[in-house]
Design a protein around this ligand. Sequence first.
Ligand SMILES: Nc1ncnc2c1ncn2[C@@H]1O[C@H](COP(=O)(O)OP(=O)(O)O)[C@@H](O)[C@H]1O
Ligand SMILES: [Mg+2]
Length: 157
Amino acid sequence: MTTVVLQDSDATRRAGAVLAGLVAGGDAIALVGDLGAGKTTLVAGLVEAIGGGAASSPTFSLVNEYPGGRLVVWHVDLYRLEREAELVELGLDEVIGDRRGICVVEWADKFSVLPPDHLRLDLAHDGSTRTLVATGTGPRGQALASLLAAELLGSAS
Ligand SMILES: Nc1ncnc2c1ncn2[C@@H]1O[C@H](COP(=O)(O)OP(=O)(O)O)[C@@H](O)[C@H]1O
Ligand SMILES: [Mg+2]
């Protein structure tokens, strides 16, 4: 397990952009970390690099869909979700695993919504910077985690 230091918000966006080059349709990504840890910033970098345009926080709509790029990005934020039953209303089941795109879920540790095999990104405050740890919860997630860590560490210097 490797910890990547993200020096500023551009570095967080770039991490998302690197991830954009690695993902394939049907992939699922859990973003875990406190408020302000950089989750939405990373998604914005990912969506832009995939060709989906400018992403914003889905805190109010809960699911944002960015259909314009190489893959559709479904960006979900569970921060405001109070009951697991509301997940059905979100229509998350319909997009998870859909090979036309990828699902990226902020506060994914709140409810168990992702398939067993996914990429998990833990973001944390570290003074004024942030840290990123990528892990996989199955073979596909682990492959993505090692590719991402290798690319981020390779481009850090
Ligand atoms: N690596 C970083 N270093 C310093 N500030 C960052 C970094 N990454 C993101 N930020 C800033 O942190 C703030 C919160 O980011 P945001 O992505 O909204 O967090 P979250 O979605 O986890 O609540 C934003 O102002 C963003 O620009
Ligand atoms: Mg956010």
